[in-house]
Design a protein. Structure first.
Length: 84
């Protein structure tokens, strides 16, 4: 994955966490993912994230992987679709 795509994931994930008022640690706990994995995505310190990790995160926020990696824009209603 190119560095620009890592930056896109970082930007989208930061926005999603802010909109949901979640911390990186809380997201990691909710998704049963290692906290360092989430932190690496948030800092852009990952070049090739696993598709399984991206799928878990995208499913949680009820968005597509294309939206998570910045290839498609987030819709206005995306965050409202997520089941709480």
């Amino acid at each position: 994955m190119k560095k620009i795509e890592s930056a896109c994931i970082q930007t989208v994930l930061i926005k999603l966490l802010a909109d949901e008022q979640l911390s990186a640690n809380a997201l990691a706990n909710l998704l049963h993912l290692p906290t360092p994995t989430i932190h690496r995505l948030l800092t852009g310190d990952v070049r090739d994230p696993r598709i399984s990790t991206l799928t878990i995160i995208a499913d949680f926020f009820a968005i597509s992987i294309d939206q998570l990696i910045g290839k498609k824009p987030l819709g206005k209603n995306n965050l409202k679709k997520r089941k709480k």
